[in-house]
Design a protein around this ligand. Structure first.
Ligand code: DSN
Length: 422
């Protein structure tokens, strides 16, 4: 049962209540390996589901366009101060609705339409908003894209430097959505300084690892830092932009009134709770365990002959190229889902297949770590993935169904925040 219970919803709108209950049960029963997903605490759920959703508060604390901010102002201030303290920055804007608007605010603050902007190409592990062609950021600016080396799967910093020197981008983005290795923030900062670009570190995937001390921080290197709040950081769906004093005012103006209207105050409250949780010692333990689990899973998959981009992982994320297994990423991800193992299909660097039918799957360990699984379970997880991929090739539905049952049995021993088993 969903926790807190959906008592009123069950009476007023049973159809919707059943859908939410179904999703809660699904999240409970599945081994959730999508690296950008997690389980928030019941406290985060409560804050996010609160009456703060009723209130408009365009503007910033002390300078609003609506009256009645006696409680909203302190909520937003609390969230911002907690973010500043946790990450050690001078300024946090906690209003961006999510990661894409946060990144768009960086463009609005520091570039003009048509300016050259630089980011990692999407198929290499970057993000749509780092200048990919179908994104507004690729249409309204002049994107310059860097890659990873074909042989190593690692970012080619020589290429980044020579492209930056040639194209003189106004903004350089580092970070992305499918990067299994540590991001070299000092090296990016040196290049950005050399060409006079604003360095924007998009730490959406690794914010929780940075907060927990399990990945180096971009603070002191990047001019602005964007992050979602719902991935490894384990908060509600939202985003933040962190910066030094010099860049704070441009960022604030870009978020509001540049791009957004009223902040989502219920989300801001949930972010504040998540930041409080992330400041506790247990969170550092979780962050390190996420990485230890990912490394153990990568090792076990490697032993089973899986081809991992860059050969493994330094963080929470593993990118598997399934070409040698004789199956595409999409049918594999679909079969894994039927086996109770949730992943997403993903392009791999230099993929010869199409983005909607790519060669890889992307795996991550944040959610299973929050459930309490440790390294000792990772060989079993790898064995299930191996067996399920083999079953998918042979169209062996019985094996997939058997694995789904085994996954459910294992997870029954690991409680899920936001769900009480019947
Ligand atoms: N959708 C996010 C992810 O899964 O990485 C990126 O925006």
């Amino acid at each position: 049962m969903h926790t807190p219970p959906l008592r009123n919803l069950a009476t007023e709108d049973p159809e919707l209540a059943q859908l939410i209950e179904g999703e809660a049960q699904r999240q409970h029963d599945k081994l959730r390996l999508i690296p950008s997903e997690n389980y928030v605490s019941t406290a985060v759920l409560e804050a996010t589901g609160s009456v703060l959703t009723n209130k408009y508060s365009e503007g910033y604390t002390g300078k609003r366009y609506y009256e009645g901010q006696q409680f909203i102002d302190p909520v937003e201030t609390l969230a911002a101060r907690r973010a500043e303290q946790l990450f050690g920055v001078a300024h946090a804007n906690v209003q961006p609705y999510s990661g894409s608007p946060a990144n768009l605010a960086v463009y609005l603050a520091f570039a003009q339409p048509g300016d050259p902007v630089m980011g990692m190409a999407l198929p290499m592990g970057g993000h749509l908003t780092h200048g990919w062609s179908v994104s507004a950021t690729g249409k309204w600016f002049r994107p310059v894209r860097y890659s990873v080396r074909r042989e190593t799967g690692l970012v080619d910093m020589d290429e980044v430097r020579s492209l930056a020197l040639a194209e003189r981008p106004k903004i350089i983005f580092c970070g992305g959505t499918a990067i299994p290795r540590t991001i070299d923030f000092p090296a990016f900062a040196e290049i950005a300084r050399e060409v006079g670009a604003v360095l924007a570190a998009d730490i959406a995937h690794i914010a929780g690892l940075i907060a927990g001390g399990a990945h180096p921080s971009p603070v002191g290197h990047a001019d602005v830092i964007t992050t979602t709040t719902h991935k490894t950081l384990r908060g509600p769906r939202g985003a933040m932009i962190l910066s030094d004093e010099a860049h704070a005012s441009a960022v604030d103006k870009a978020v509001f009134p540049g791009l957004q209207g009223g902040p989502h105050n219920h989300t801001t409250a949930g972010i504040a709770v998540a930041l409080h949780e992330a400041a506790q010692p247990e969170f550092a333990t979780y962050a390190h365990q996420v990485v230890a689990n990912a490394k153990a899973l990568a090792t076990a998959l490697g032993e089973r002959g899986f081809d991992l981009v860059s050969g493994g992982t330094d963080n929470h994320l593993i990118l598997v190229d399934l070409t040698s297994k004789g199956i595409g990423g999409k049918p594999a991800a679909q079969a894994l889902d039927r086996a109770g193992i949730e992943t997403n299909y993903n392009t791999v660097p230099y993929d010869t297949r199409k983005p909607f039918d790519p060669s890889g799957v992307r795996l991550g360990t944040p959610a299973l770590t929050t459930r309490g699984l440790g390294e000792q379970s990772m060989p079993q997880v790898a064995a299930w993935i191996d067996e399920a991929v083999g079953a998918a090739v042979k169209e062996d539905e019985a094996t997939l169904a058997r694995i789904a049952g085994e996954v459910r049995d294992l997870l029954a021993g690991y409680p899920m925040p936001g769900f009480a088993a019947a």
